[in-house]
Design a protein around this ligand. Structure first.
Ligand code: FAD
Ligand code: MLT
Ligand code: ZN
Length: 480
């Protein structure tokens, strides 16, 4: 360590103490690589403050010494946003020790939390108070609310509750100069000028560090019906969803689409995974309805399950459903969900893949899938398409698994052709090249290519105005 660096590290230690500082290479390592092992960064130190005051002190020091700061929560991001650059001149600021639930307001349906609270803890705390925090995604056991807010995460219930942006009332944010903005307002209505809160949601740590948040809560559902449905095509999936809104009395809370290729990967790599249906099919829907009205148990049970059964029966007669299994209890429902949620894990175990986290209008999904699969095969005939995702809100993970036996280097040589073809198609459909994962490092060039100069200029102007020294997660989202 050079003298200047060791002095800087000593100043950090004076703010966060020994418990809040990691400087040895082995200790830093888990923070410097991402969930997919796609990026490996370097950092002067990993700093783990325990309070907003400590975050503010660290950021103030960094502003004075012109050291850039990369915030990190659970490090489950899929676009490299939480990984420092390779030059080793940044610090990694982990929010993991700021993990307290500060307040629950049952009457006002809100919860105030620190940024490092794990999403699952928030869900469980809400449930213990007969409330629901509806953000739900496969990484919920390790991602943090600060990361969710900073990526404006989506997940499996967006069609009903909205993405993270819609689940938050107020924020506290440490500014790039170390000042603390207290926007922890629990207000449903607040039209007092520009919405600063919205700026930080999805900013991926490039404008400031989120330290606390006031989250919205909903009543906890008392009746849930979950079905695993084989459908003949993505068109049938979309038609099934369209009718389900009215049939469920507007209680559709999840609608996920999966192609057979992804199911095969899950069955091959995830211990205990089992196909719920007797025959193989090309496409599947995981449909969930939830209501706050409790089931009426009795001789003739009435609830969402019976209603769903009736709807799927009619849909089968119309040719929209080939076969289906409705979960009879929570354990069965969990098993169905685990087939869906393990797609990413199974794909990682299988080998290299190229991810396309895209969205188009729900009604355009069927033709997009047809054209997209053709475009992928044209770019690389041996590729193995793996399509799954949140069809209910128009977001597909339109991924491409490497041909069997190919290594990362050989496969990645084809990435520009494959991704270019998919993104051109998405943009032609008026869609988004990043529906829920963000831009991070992975899509900086794509954003610059596909967004208009008006949008890019506005983004750069905001970045320069709020972070004039470019010390907040530089190089992510837009280059300035
Ligand atoms: P990190 O990965 O630590 O950071 C993400 C970004 O936010 C980085 O740019 C980081 O610098 C910034 N950041 C983190 N904390 C703060 C803070 N306090 N202040 C300012 N900036 C901060 N995403 C979805 O949207 N939907 C899904 O369905 C989904 N499923 C997933 C499934 C799996 C198996 C995995 C591995 C990931 C999945 N993701 C999904 C991606 C990821 O989990 C989300 O993006 C999540 O919101 C990231 O949270 P995190 O705490 O891990 O953030
Ligand atoms: C999911 O929906 O499972 C995720 O967003 C993860 C992925 O895209 O791999
Ligand atoms: Zn997703």
């Amino acid at each position: 360590m050079s003298g200047a660096v060791s002095t800087f590290v000593d100043k950090l230690r004076a703010i966060v103490g020994d418990k809040g500082l990691i400087t040895d290479e082995a200790g830093k390592r888990p923070y410097l690589t991402d969930w997919r092992d796609a990026y490996l960064g370097k950092a002067l130190a990993v700093v783990r403050p325990a309070s907003t005051e400590e975050v503010a002190g660290v950021v103030k020091l960094c502003a004075a010494e012109k050291v850039a700061v990369v915030p990190q929560g659970g490090n489950t991001g899929l676009v490299g946003g939480g990984i420092p650059l390779e030059d080793g001149r940044e610090i990694l600021l982990s929010l993991g020790r700021m993990n307290r639930i500060l307040e629950i307001d049952e009457i006002g349906y809100s919860m105030t939390v620190e940024a490092g609270v794990i999403l699952k803890t928030i869900q469980e705390t809400a449930a213990a108070h007969d409330r629901l925090f509806p953000l739900s995604l496969a990484a919920e056991g390790s991602c943090t609310i600060g990361g969710n807010l900073s990526t404006n995460a989506g997940g499996v219930q967006v069609l009903h509750y909205g993405n993270t942006r819609h689940l938050v009332l107020g924020l506290e944010v440490v500014q790039p100069n170390g000042d603390v903005w207290n926007g922890l307002r629990a207000l449903k209505k607040d039209n007092t000028g520009y919405d600063l809160r919205d700026l930080y949601l999805g900013a991926e740590g490039t404008l400031g560090i989120i330290t606390r948040a006031v989250l919205k809560l909903w009543p906890k559902p008392k009746d849930v019906a979950t079905a695993w449905i084989a459908v003949p095509s993505p068109q049938a999936a979309v038609d099934l969803l369209s009718g389900a809104h009215a049939a469920s009395e507007d209680n559709v809370t999840s609608c996920e689409l999966m192609g057979r290729q992804g199911i095969d990967l899950v069955l091959a790599h995830i211990p205990g995974a089992a196909d719920p249906l007797a025959e193989r099919h090309d496409w599947y829907v995981l449909l969930e309805w939830s209501s706050t009205r409790a089931r009426r148990e009795g001789a003739k049970e009435t609830g969402l399950r019976e209603k769903m059964e009736g709807y799927l029966g009619e849909a089968m007669e119309q040719g929209l459903v080939l076969d289906a299994a409705i979960a009879q209890n929570e354990t069965q429902a969990r098993a169905l969900w685990s087939l869906r949620e393990n797609h990413t894990e199974a794909s990682k175990k299988e080998g290299p893949s190229i991810k396309h986290d895209i969205s188009v209008a729900v009604s355009k999904i069927p033709s997009f899938v047809t054209e997209g699969l053709a475009a992928m095969r044209k770019a690389l005939p041996e590729c193995r398409p793996v399509t799954f995702g949140h069809v209910g809100d128009g977001n597909l993970h339109f991924n491409c698994q490497a041909p069997q036996g190919w290594d990362k280097q050989r496969f990645n040589a084809h990435a520009p052709a494959i991704s270019g073809a998919i993104y051109d198609l998405v943009v032609g459909y008026g869609g988004s090249i990043s529906a829920e994962h963000g831009i991070g490092l992975m899509k900086v060039d794509e954003l610059a290519h596909y967004r208009s100069s008006i949008e890019l200029d506005a983004m750069r102007a905001i970045k320069r105005a709020l972070d004039p020294q470019n010390l907040m997660n530089p190089g992510k989202i837009v280059r300035v």
